[in-house]
Ligand binder design. Sequence first.
Ligand code: 5GP
Length: 143
Amino acid sequence: MSLFAQYDPQNIFAKILSGDIPSARVYEDARILSFMDAFPQSRGHTLVIPKVPASNLFDIPAEDLQNLITQTQTIGRAVREALAPDGIRIAQFNGAAAGQTVFHIHFHIIPVWEGENEHPHAAGTMSDLNELKDIAAQIKAKL
Ligand code: 5GP
């Protein structure tokens, strides 16, 4: 898919937004949704997405992008408080060539612990939804 492909309203995150696909939700308001990544690179891997339909960083209105990164900071702080990792990586990919696999813009919040191996990006087995909901509840409690 091209970096500048049109937004597909049937993408997985649009279905998570509509509730058609279940997710372990951390936070929701009128403009954003945050939920656990189902194929986490590490324990606590959290995603933050806008409600506005935008494929990537270059499609999203600047105001929505500003809100999205500010919310990523807030939720990232809650991840840090809840899970006490040694570091947190914030990641965002644009276009398949750059590693993007879901074409609804999102920020990854990836906790990192020294000496612990991470799972590869967008690969591996799906985590159990109830386990993800437990971690989501721990993060939510720090918001
Ligand atoms: P991207 O590769 O586009 O930057 O990231 C997409 C992310 O969505 C990946 O980390 C992948 O694990 C995650 N993902 C893919 N399908 C699902 C799903 O059905 N539910 C959730 N919660 N995450 C998903």
